[in-house]
Design a protein around this ligand. Structure first.
Ligand code: SF4
Ligand code: FES
Length: 374
């Protein structure tokens, strides 16, 4: 018999199912943790089926199958079919490598509803450099396959100092690819992106140049391609409403079954994570220590407690607060009211006074086992 939840949380709307950390790409902005989970620690097919069933029972309606590269799982077809049979809207978040027409047609026949394709750059050479693989042309081919099969397509571009100057070309390329929704997302600094922050962070000038280009494109493309721009939060006065609040709308299941309140939450080393192998998902969502740690507003710092924006941005991002201050309950240092804002200002000042050379080496994302085998 199920227990009465101890928290007043609503049921989650979505689940990010990180099926694997294996990936053919090695993007230096990846938000996966530096300690990637190896194949032999991944959940089995049956365990993922149970997770999906429990997620639907909990109320989840949207399942984002992600990674790493979800197509690296041999059981992707079965998992898509299972989630779809449960009544979930299933989204495949992919690099596009391995997305051939027979593979996608099969996934669509089994209920896949949407594809989200990562795009590195409009310049093939730069795109391949950042991907750490010959990926660019294969992404263009993957977009064609998505059209042929007739699924809606979101293009996701992580913006960095290395591609920001080509934002106009990137939008044009997305139009040519027939993207329905284009996410232009400035890098958020977790995982590998944090490690490479000095090389990846755009300049204030790049952001100022991009803004009118994006605004004009949004207007011109209205009704044809939705353009979503995610700001570079270090340059903002107020933080992003990360996850729309902790433990409020979405949960993430990592490849090993750890259940995370946000995809980057392993960064918070003080957080006690539960695993689907030990506890049912509903119990973790409602009663888990990690989900209740920063739910609501009671945990907030005195700065946020008295702020009229506390129900708007929820004090910003817990992972960013922890990574920059060592305290996950601190006001996000991006906030101009935060006593820790000087941390951000110092990073920005250093970035502008002594920027990394554009060809400075990047720490590429590799699984330890892959790196050894290279
Ligand atoms: Fe948001 Fe807290 Fe800053 Fe207010 S003080 S704007 S609630 S982060
Ligand atoms: Fe974890 Fe913002 S990325 S709370």
């Amino acid at each position: 018999m199920s227990e009465i939840p101890v928290s007043p949380a609503e049921a989650p709307l979505g689940m990010l199912a990180e099926l694997t950390h294996r990936c053919p790409l090695h993007c230096p902005y990846c938000s996966n943790p530096l300690e990637l989970i190896a194949k032999n620690n991944e959940l089995t097919t049956d365990q993922w089926r149970t997770v999906l069933t429990q997620a639907r029972e909990l109320g989840v309606l949207q399942v984002h199958m992600s990674g790493g590269e979800p197509l690296a799982r041999h059981d992707i077809r079965e998992l898509v079919e299972h989630a779809s049979d449960l009544g979930c809207y299933v989204n495949l978040v992919t690099s596009g490598l391995g997305l051939t027409e027979p593979v996608l047609q099969d996934l669509a026949d089994r209920g896949l509803a949407h594809v989200q394709l990562s795009i590195q750059d409009s310049d093939p050479v730069r795109g391949n450099q950042v991907a750490g693989a010959r990926a660019h042309d294969r992404k263009l081919a993957a977009a064609k396959v998505v059209h042929k099969v007739g699924l809606p397509l979101t293009g996701n571009v992580v913006l960095t100092r290395l591609n920001h100057d080509r934002i106009g070309e990137i939008i044009t390329m997305a139009e040519t690819m027939g993207v329905d929704r284009l996410e232009l997302a400035n890098t958020q600094y977790y995982g590998w992106a944090l490690k490479n922050r000095a090389q990846l962070m755009p300049t204030r000038e790049q952001l100022a140049t991009a803004e009118p280009i994006v605004r004009a494109a949004s207007k011109r493309l209205a009704g044809r391609m939705q353009v979503v721009y995610v700001v570079a939060d270090y340059y903002e006065d107020y933080p992003k409403p990360c996850m729309h609040g902790w433990g409020a709308r979405q949960l993430t299941v990592a490849p090993n079954g750890d259940v995370l309140p946000c995809p980057a939450a392993t960064a918070i080393s003080t957080l006690k994570l539960d695993n689907v192998k030990d506890r049912p998902l509903a119990e973790i969502w409602y009663q888990g220590e990690s989900f209740n740690a920063y739910r609501g507003t009671e945990w907030m710092s005195p700065t946020c407690q008295v702020c009229p924006r506390k129900e708007t941005d929820f004090g910003g991002c817990r992972c960013q607060a922890f990574l920059l201050t060592g305290d996950a309950a601190a006001t996000d240092p991006v906030c101009s009211k935060s006593p820790d804002r000087p941390i951000i200002d110092t990073i920005l000042a250093r970035h502008h006074q002594a920027p990394e050379p554009l060809d400075a080496p990047l720490a590429m994302r590799w699984l330890a086992a892959e790196r050894g085998a290279r």
